[in-house]
Design a protein around this ligand. Structure first.
Ligand code: MG
Length: 276
């Protein structure tokens, strides 16, 4: 079986010589849980060290700070800086700045709240619950979620018109014990309570997450690399850039055969094989 396939069997469809930056999904693409997918990781290490490509690392998971992802990535010996980590927390920060909000009720873990407080220190933004001043409710993947936090969100929404955003849409988070609740389920709980719905949901597949990369590279110089069609391919499609589908994670050849959308730009067993 061929390891490398391109659109319509045409090897010219995906031109690696035009690429300058890859936006990499982590789980299923570079890691399997905590374990690095060695050939893919080796390719990233070599290409980073030689300066051949720039790499960015994409995650929707806002239960962790970017620093925690840096630990995971650098733990696999990949050289990495904070600017290379793309999480919806960056989009949330940009959104708060753009709207010039000064009082935000952020529903997140204490660690993520401290990270965001630090990021927004120069803008004088409070992230505490304050029914008098809150202008925005921001829902992150809060593994310290309590009934009180949910009730506060609905109380703010009930009292007066207020903006509401969520960091990402994922219904569940994969775990060793099967799917566990993520932001999507929290959104449904809130909507069921009083009809509250977010004005924006950041994270994959919203192309807003790619803004820092699109600011530096032309669309044809970038490709998203990932193992999920409905998130990784969707964000590439929404941003109008190439998608490298790896078979090292969730998507199988059977899934691709059944897939009704446009095919990925290229399909490889593991990321390193784009270079073969
Ligand atoms: Mg993945």
């Amino acid at each position: 079986m061929a390891n490398r396939e391109t659109k319509g069997g045409n090897d010219m469809a995906f031109d690696i010589t035009k690429k300058k930056a890859f936006v990499c999904d982590l789980d299923g693409t570079l890691f399997m849980g905590a374990k690095p997918i060695k050939p893919a990781v080796d390719f990233v290490i070599e290409s980073t060290k030689s300066g051949r490509f720039s790499f960015f690392y994409l995650t929707n998971n806002t239960s962790k700070c970017p620093e925690e992802y840096m630990v995971k990535i650098s733990g696999a010996a990949i050289p990495v800086t904070p600017e290379q980590i793309l999480t919806p927390l960056i989009t949330l920060e940009a959104y708060i700045r753009e709207k010039r909000y000064k009082s935000v009720y952020l529903i997140s873990s204490e660690k993520v709240k401290a990270h965001m407080q630090d990021r927004l220190a120069d803008a004088g933004v409070s992230l505490d619950y304050d029914p008098e001043t809150n202008e925005l409710i921001a829902l992150a993947y809060d593994k310290e979620l309590t009934y009180e936090k949910l009730a506060r969100a609905t109380t703010l929404w009930n009292a007066r018109p207020i903006d509401f955003v969520a960091t990402h849409p994922d219904n569940c988070c994969p775990s060793e014990l099967g799917p566990i609740p993520d932001v999507g389920g929290m959104l449904k709980l809130l909507e069921t309570t009083n009809g509250m719905r977010p004005s924006h949901v950041f994270g994959k597949p919203s192309p807003t997450l790619l803004a820092p990369v699109l600011a530096r590279f032309a669309p044809e110089e970038i490709a998203v690399v990932g193992d999920r069609l409905y998130t990784d391919k969707a964000i590439a499609d929404n941003a109008g850039i190439d998608f490298v589908c790896v078979l090292s994670g969730e998507t199988t050849r059977d899934d691709l055969a059944r897939y009704e959308g446009t095919p990925p730009s290229i399909v490889v067993e593991t990321f390193n094989q784009i270079d073969k």
